[in-house]
Design a protein around this ligand. Structure first.
Ligand SMILES: *Cc1c(COP(=O)(O)O)cnc(C)c1O
Length: 651
């Protein structure tokens, strides 16, 4: 263990992680190969054993036919070319890759996906995926448990989750569900459904708490179930005809004047998928109200101001987004404060859904989860880190269970192949409103019914046909590495610790190079993304600083014209925009860098900075005593000096 000594995060090598990945060197090639061959053979036997009496349809001599040979040779040639071309791929597996949100793939998921592919299940419905559609629903429950949502299908208010192609579609699903639930009580009012306790006016109906909206929906379903089939059909048609999904935004809001099209509130750090979602749903980007942040975390005071104004003006709010692990800085919004603001807004008659965009940070919830599903205290978690988790970060994760829905990307911190995103809502009963067929009258509430309902997944999701293999990968991975701190959390603990080490190294780097650059980590990392702003010493011009960082990025980005091996490290960049930062943070950061914001060129939209994703599990190689993060800073220091002094007069 002496090799681990030099690192302040030195700890005994964690052997449980050794079998998790193919590895930077392909160390586990034999393991993966053994599994692939075994399960490919298994698949072939399955084919043969379907009706062993059916003879082979392709003759045993077929391989000698010139057409067969010609086809095979064409196929092999193209595959060789593909394989050769793919050598230019980005080396996500390497600890020298600290760029975007990608890393090596977890072996259980990779193997599960590859083994499922030849069965080609389509998770649109159980008819096309008798096995993997259940796995998808189970994966939703596994994620629900990780988040602190009710996850027992025997409970009426159990959560529900499904996979999507990615976080973008999961965020879109959050918008669809929130809108369906918000607008539904108005449809009941417009249809004059008798015997239901409906709100007195549209504004109240539009501002029911989610729980009250769901209670109304279940009361309506129960009322329907008690009617004769003919009456039921008539009422169903009448209410359906009044729903926003039937009338469209234009017809619906015209019928409910003066009710306005609702806003979606999100921090300025929100991912651009929110803009896409508002466009796609027809709400329009005008309805996306971006809230200021403080240190790149949503500012609760600004949220409260906005909510007060909306309540005063009777401007509805569909949804407030909180980001758990921002795409640029990995910062974590104060979810607890967002929920508190909603609680107060409710008193003023303005209610809305709270959705957490945890596409990046969702799996970090495993760090806070005990094996029995209970929450770990901050003190308990903190023993494993230098600073993590701040009180604010712990409070945000602790509040997750009280939100309405969450987006999590298994293809990000779940270390699984693209495209696997996930949408999870806290109370599955709302999902009935997304069903393409209004199959309102459900029976019973047993786990069997729950599973049976969601086997027709295509009814509820934005997509149609979809990969069952991806669902198998997520489900199997969560079984091998349960979503708690002793299992999956171990992997993510390594990433947060790496970020702490990286942050410390970045500060050391800033000191060591202070003679030639002013360098600064603009925001203390909440999780495992760390940015670094750099400005050549003596320079106050933002365009000059940007040109400098752009040159560094050219060294750190993938370049298909160059052999991969010429690259020492991979990083990414992002932009600090004063209009997003606000005057206080802009003055602090630009000031510390010696940059003059009065000279901000209108053509430059901000300050380019380096961005690092510390998700590779092998950033510290205990086996050989290598710390790739130190090597990165050595490398960066050399390149910085070389760029600033091309003649090489400095050592
Ligand atoms: C990555 C990301 C998304 C989009 O997810 P995709 O899987 O790329 O569609 C949305 N929100 C956040 C916070 C993200 O990090």
């Amino acid at each position: 263990m002496t090799a681990a000594q030099p690192f302040n995060h030195g700890e005994p090598r964690d052997h449980t992680l050794d079998a998790c990945f193919l590895g930077p060197y392909g160390e586990n090639d034999a393991l993966l190969e053994k599994m692939l061959v075994e399960f490919l053979r298994d698949h072939v036997y399955w084919r043969r054993n379907f009706h062993p009496e059916d003879p082979p349809a392709i003759g045993t001599g077929a391989t000698y036919h010139p057409d067969y040979v010609a086809f095979e040779s064409r196929m092999r040639r193209e595959l060789h070319q593909l394989s050769a071309a793919l050598k230019k791929s980005v080396p996500f597996h390497s600890p020298r890759y600290i760029g975007h949100m990608a890393s090596d793939l977890l072996l259980p998921g990779l193997a599960a996906q590859m083994l499922t592919l030849p069965y080609n299940p389509n998770n649109v419905s159980e008819d096309a995926a008798p096995v993997t559609v259940d796995m998808e629903v189970q994966a939703g429950l596994q994620l629900a448990r990780m988040l602190g949502y009710p996850h027992d299908p025997a409970v009426d208010a159990c959560a529900f989750g499904h996979l999507t192609s990615g976080g973008t579609l999961a965020n879109y699903q959050a918008l669809r569900l929130a809108l369906a639930l918000k607008a539904f009580p108005l449809a009941l009012r417009a249809a004059h459904v008798p015997e239901l306790d409906l709100p007195d006016d549209d504004w109240h109906a539009f501002n029911l708490a989610q729980a009250d909206g769901i209670a109304l929906l279940t009361a309506w379903q129960a009322w329907l179930a008690a009617q004769t089939p003919a009456v039921r059909a008539r009422w169903l048609q009448r209410v359906e005809g009044e729903r926003i999904e039937q009338r469209g935004l234009v017809g619906f809001f015209a019928a409910h004047s003066p009710l306005k099209v609702p806003l979606v509130l999100a921090p300025v750090t929100a991912h651009y998928s929110w803009s896409k979602g508002l466009k796609l749903l027809g709400l329009g980007r005008d309805q996306l109200k971006l809230l200021p942040t403080d240190g790149m975390r949503l500012d609760p005071a600004a949220l409260r101001d906005t909510l007060e104004r909306c309540a005063r003006e009777q401007q509805g709010v569909l949804l407030c987004v909180a980001v758990l692990g921002g795409t640029e800085y990995g910062t974590i919004d104060p979810i607890d404060a967002v929920l508190a603001a909603r609680h107060d807004s409710r008193q003023r008659g303005l209610d809305f859904a709270v959705h957490v965009d945890a596409a990046w940070g969702g799996y970090l919830a495993t760090l806070f989860r005990n094996q029995d599903g209970s929450l770990r205290s901050r003190a308990e978690v903190a023993t494993e880190y230098v600073q993590f988790p701040t009180a604010a970060v712990h409070a945000a994760f602790a509040a997750l269970g009280d939100t309405d829905s969450v987006t999590v990307d298994p293809h990000k911190l779940g270390y699984l192949p693209y495209g696997s995103g996930a949408f999870i809502c806290r109370d599955h009963r709302a999902m009935a409103l997304l069903a393409e067929r209004a199959d309102y009258v459900f029976h019973g509430g047993t786990p069997k019914d729950y599973l049976a309902r969601y086997r027709n997944l295509g009814q509820f999701i934005p997509e149609g046909s979809k990969s069952g293999a991806a669902a198998a990968a997520v489900y199997v991975t969560h079984k091998v590495l349960p979503l708690d701190h002793v299992h999956f959390g171990r992997l993510l603990r390594a990433t947060v610790r790496a970020a702490e080490t990286f942050h410390a190294s970045a500060r050391r780097f800033a000191l060591e190079l202070s003679d030639c650059v002013q360098a600064l980590v603009p925001f203390a990392p909440d999780s495992n993304l760390v940015c670094l702003a750099l400005n050549p010493r003596g320079n106050s011009s933002i365009p000059t600083a940007n040109a400098f960082v752009r040159k560094l990025h050219d060294i750190l980005r993938c370049d298909p014209q160059q052999p991969l091996q010429t690259k020492e490290f991979f990083g990414s960049v992002t932009t600090l925009r004063p209009e997003l930062l606000g005057p206080g943070q802009t003055a602090r950061i630009f000031g510390a860098l010696g940059l003059d914001t009065s000279k901000l060129d209108p053509d430059e939209d901000g300050l380019l900075i380096l961005r690092h994703t510390l998700m590779n599990p092998f950033l510290i190689d205990h086996e050989n005593g290598i710390n790739y993060m130190d090597r990165y800073f050595d490398f960066l220091g050399r390149r910085v000096r070389a760029l600033l002094d091309p003649a090489g007069s400095t050592p």
